[in-house]
Design a binder for this molecule. Structure first.
Ligand SMILES: Cc1cc2nc3c(=O)[nH]c(=O)nc-3n(C[C@H](O)[C@H](O)[C@H](O)COP(=O)(O)OP(=O)(O)OC[C@H]3O[C@@H](n4cnc5c(N)ncnc54)[C@H](O)[C@@H]3O)c2cc1C
Length: 427
């Protein structure tokens, strides 16, 4: 049996930080860089954490956080809302604490970046000059790869891969689905935001259907040959939802060619499958503003130097979070927040000619297969000669065949991790 954690220990261990300071990795030694301006685009996990860390460590730097909306809805935990046992309100955070810490929070969208002149223009025409720019805008979608779907059809065929109205839309569609209906999920090839969240979504929809509409079925179309934590999810599905989930991989007719939003039909090379609810998750790329800045390359992602998370393409621009390309670092909130610390330290070092930053990151990944059935797959990464390397010694993966008690303990850790990281960034 695993040893129980105190809440404080759990938050500290899971977020890789001391529960009493902003960050365990950043030494609370304040730097001076009076008058310098840092603009951060994106008020999600990476951007909010970076803005807050810079202001905390170097109060003399003027930090602007451009947040698309007045509040941010977190993706981690959003599958619980879809599964009917989480509330969207609990996923939602505001910027009050960050503003109180001295960051100038601007609600709006960054429209263009002029990297030569070092300035960002917002949709309302406001121009913000910068000494350093941090881009953490998350993902955009390739809409042109499956016939019949577009950004506009996401209002009928939700992706729910950015949390908020998309999450509640999918939830409403599931509520309206008849018992005996079919839920189809279409998953893309990578790189993608939080790969284990696909298995988690399938699980938590299955949990909802089993408890309220048990004659229903789930068909997953996955364009890949395997999926994240496949062995753990398959074991859980056999135990918890026998016969309910059909998971097609690339080799078993899992590649979707077209979706008809009107008839709600999913078409592969060999099949046309009618469904009551379709959750189409398109292939992803770094959000568009990274292209305007010149940080995106032909892969659709933004290469970075892992020592600093500086763009390797544009000077004075750093890219973190899902938009950055730094394999094998996963695209996860845990890594975005961990990397934010590296990025903040590197920027402060540049602006103050200070010491070289630590470069070590923690990716704590927790997935739910049911409300009291969780897994963990956590690892530390570090910068090894300009490449991201895995610290094998820190790998912590829930075993197959674990007891119900251990699965319940891991589900509880998932809750604690989410509370801890949301509190650390926005609390
Ligand atoms: C269903 C699901 C479950 C997940 N569960 C987990 C989990 O359990 N653990 C985990 O670690 N990770 C999880 N993730 C992944 C996690 O949500 C992302 O990795 C994380 O949000 C990335 O942080 P980010 O800062 O790159 O982007 P985001 O957090 O998405 O923030 C980007 C923000 O920038 C804004 N933005 C974009 N363009 C502009 C612009 N031009 N101007 C201003 N603002 C802009 C966006 O609107 C958004 O608010 C999950 C993801 C999903 C989809």
């Amino acid at each position: 049996m695993k040893r129980a954690w105190t809440r404080r220990q759990a938050i500290s261990l899971i977020t890789g930080a001391s529960a009493t300071t902003l960050s365990g990795l950043i030494r609370p030694r304040k730097a001076n860089a009076r008058g310098a301006k840092v603009v951060v685009v994106g008020g999600g996990f990476g951007g909010s954490a970076t803005a807050r860390a810079i202001k905390y460590l170097a109060p003399g730097i003027e930090v602007f956080l451009i947040a698309a909306d007045a509040a941010f809805v977190c993706c981690p935990g959003s599958n619980k809302v879809i599964g009917g046992f989480g509330r969207i309100e609990d996923q939602t955070v505001g910027y009050g604490a960050i503003a109180k810490a001295g960051v100038k929070v601007i609600a709006g969208r960054a429209e263009t970046v002029d990297a030569d002149a070092r300035r960002v223009t917002l949709a309302d025409g406001t121009v913000l000059p910068y000494d350093k720019l941090v881009l953490s805008p998350g993902i955009g979608f390739h809409w042109d790869e499956v016939e019949g779907v577009s950004a506009a059809t996401a209002e009928e065929i939700p992706h729910s891969w950015q949390a908020g109205p998309q999450t509640t839309l999918l939830r409403r569609q599931l509520e309206a689905m008849p018992d005996g209906g079919t839920f189809a999920l279409v998953a893309p090839v990578g790189p993608l935001r939080c790969p284990p969240a696909v298995g988690e979504r399938v699980s938590l929809v299955a949990h909802y259907l089993k408890t309220t509409k048990p004659k229903s079925k789930i068909v997953v179309f996955d364009a890949k040959s395997k999926f994240a934590l496949q062995d753990l999810f398959e074991e859980a599905w056999e135990e918890l939802y026998p016969g309910m989930i059909e998971y097609r991989l690339a080799e078993t007719d899992g590649i979707v060619r077209a979706i008809d939003p009107e008839t709600r039909t999913v078409s592969t090379d060999f099949d046309d499958i009618p469904a009551d609810v379709i959750n189409f998750i398109p292939r992803q790329h770094a959000a568009d503003i990274t292209d305007s800045a010149g940080a995106m390359d032909e892969t659709g992602w933004c290469p970075v130097d892992p020592a600093t998370f500086a763009s390797t393409r544009v000077p004075h621009v750093h890219v973190i979070g899902d938009a950055a390309f730094a394999p094998p670092l996963p695209k996860a909130a845990a890594t975005a927040v961990s990397v934010a610390e590296t990025c903040a330290q590197a920027i402060i070092r540049d602006l103050t000619q200070g010491a070289v930053p630590d470069t070590r990151w923690h990716a704590g990944c927790f997935s739910l297969a049911a409300p009291s059935h969780g897994f963990e797959a956590s690892t530390d990464f570090y910068n090894k000669d300009g490449h991201v390397a895995v610290d094998e010694a820190t790998m912590n993966r829930s075993p197959l065949g674990a007891s119900g008690e251990d699965r319940a303990a891991d589900a509880e850790k998932a809750e604690l991790w989410l509370t801890g990281i949301m509190g650390k960034v926005w609390g």
